[in-house]
Write a protein that binds this ligand. Structure first.
Ligand SMILES: Cc1cc2nc3c(=O)[nH]c(=O)nc-3n(C[C@H](O)[C@H](O)[C@H](O)COP(=O)(O)OP(=O)(O)OC[C@H]3O[C@@H](n4cnc5c(N)ncnc54)[C@H](O)[C@@H]3O)c2cc1C
Length: 416
């Protein structure tokens, strides 16, 4: 059952907007840092219905700088980036254990798989980067892959053991259910107007909330609060999930009981076999400049998911998708995020760049620590980020982003 929405007028010292991974982490840590204060956490939907509950569930440990030749780039930056990801993963693991959150959390690693020559070159380059970073991996060749992931589709995969896989909606719901007692979460309370001043007044359909300090953890939606406008790109990506496989289908598929594959090409297909024996396919992107979902894409991309599924799992011709959905990512052209102050008494951890499970968790937590006056090298690193860079004006922006998405998806070839 969702928690009640807010109605009437109330004030609070701390108000956090957006109860995804980032907001749940920020609210929890603020509550721990300020045990005598009340923290209000506001979510437009029910927790789990936003991107944090609708993603592919990879809690990724390793850095992956797509701007660098070896995907690792500057070693100092890569090490801090990995430290951040691991800190986010460890926070989640600790909370899952402490609160017994049933979300299929499993530290089972990930396969990064390739079929095209371009993808194979990416794996070889990334392997060099991982050597530089001193990270463990295993390169798995074509003939051995089916014993891991069933499908004969891929030519090569780079297995890295440190990624955890989760059922993301169950995880965020569990995180919301285990918030400290001094956090009040209002669901189904979309904020529609904001007035800034000494205090911030947040208006919604049924009332107002007045914040001494506002923390924005609503990703690309922060643009409608007047921040990082023209710097973030609301890009949607899409996924489909099959029904549960029968025992016979599981036998025909083969491979390990659960696993996750990310594509060597960033425009390729993510795959998962979940512990409850479903297969998930994620691919395709659309640039929805208004930040809203558009149903026309769902039908189109469901067809693409079906094609990708048929190529990878010819042994499962009768398995249909039970669910198809899309969700919003906040991307920036320079792959940078915002962390810190936005204006007087307003702060944010924004622009997930597609990796919010671990990164959102750690940046939300560290933002709350910074607000409590704590400093460490991770906070200093995040504060020193130049943040998302400026986009070109419309209509150049839409034309450029759409061309890029189209070209990237074509170039991914069979990996899409
Ligand atoms: C299909 C798909 C697969 C993905 N796979 C992965 C993956 O495997 N691993 C990974 O790390 N990342 C993945 N991502 C990205 C990941 O989901 C995001 O990075 C993550 O959700 C960002 O978390 P967040 O808390 O910062 O923002 P969000 O999850 O977007 O949460 C922001 C919240 O703010 C709320 N909000 C917005 N505006 C308002 C308002 N006006 N009033 C009140 N509330 C508001 C929204 O409803 C939303 O719940 C995927 C995304 C998608 C769509």
């Amino acid at each position: 059952m969702p928690r009640p929405s807010h109605s009437g007028i109330r004030s609070a010292r701390w108000v956090v907007v957006g109860a995804g991974f980032t907001g749940l982490a920020a609210a929890r840590q603020l509550a721990l840092n300020f045990p005598d204060d009340e923290i209000v956490l506001i979510e437009a939907q029910e927790v789990g219905y936003g991107a944090s509950g609708r993603n592919a569930g990879f809690a990724i440990d390793l850095p992956h700088d797509i701007g660098a030749d070896d995907y690792i780039g500057d070693i100092g930056t890569a090490k801090i980036s990995m430290e951040l990801n691991l800190a986010g993963q460890s926070i989640l693991k600790g909370l899952v254990e402490k609160h017994q959150i049933q979300c299929q959390f499993s530290l089972c690693g990930k396969y990064q798989a390739a079929i095209e020559d371009r993808g194979i070159a990416v794996l070889d380059a990334y392997r060099r980067g991982l050597d530089k970073l001193g990270q463990e991996y295993e390169m798995i060749e074509e003939q051995d892959l089916p014993t891991h992931i069933g499908t004969h589709f891929y030519r090569k995969a780079l297995f890295t053991p440190g990624t955890a896989l989760v059922q993301p909606a169950a995880l965020v719901k569990g995180l919301a259910d285990s918030l400290p007692a001094n956090v009040t979460l209002y669901e189904n309370t979309p904020i529609t107007e904001v007035e800034y001043g000494d205090k911030t007044v947040l208006t919604h359909q049924f009332g107002r909330i007045v914040a001494d300090k506002l923390i924005l953890t609503n990703n690309a939606f922060a643009m409608s609060f007047g921040f990082l406008k023209g710097r973030m790109l609301p890009i949607f990506t899409y996924a489909s999930l099959t029904r549960q496989l029968t025992e016979d289908e599981q036998a025909r598929l083969g491979g390990r009981p659960y696993w996750g594959v990310i594509p060597a090409d960033p425009f390729g297909t993510t795959l998962r076999r979940t512990p409850d024996n479903r297969l998930l396919v994620r691919n395709s992107f659309s640039f929805n400049a208004d930040g809203r979902s558009h149903p026309k894409y769902l039908q189109r991309f469901k067809q693409r998911h079906q094609n990708s599924f048929a190529l990878r799992f010819p042994m499962l011709p009768d398995v249909n998708f039970e669910y198809t959905w899309g969700g919003s990512l906040a991307m920036s052209r320079n792959h940078m995020a915002h962390f810190g102050q936005l204006t007087s008494n307003v702060y944010g951890a924004l622009c997930c760049n597609g990796l919010g499970v671990t990164r959102g968790t750690v940046t939300g937590t560290l933002l709350a620590d910074w607000l409590a006056g704590k400093r460490n090298h991770l906070i200093d690193f995040l504060l020193s980020s130049p943040g998302p860079n400026r986009n070109p004006p419309e209509p150049l922006l839409s034309a450029g982003v759409n061309m890029n998405l189209l070209w990237g998806q074509c170039r991914a070839g069979k990996e899409s």
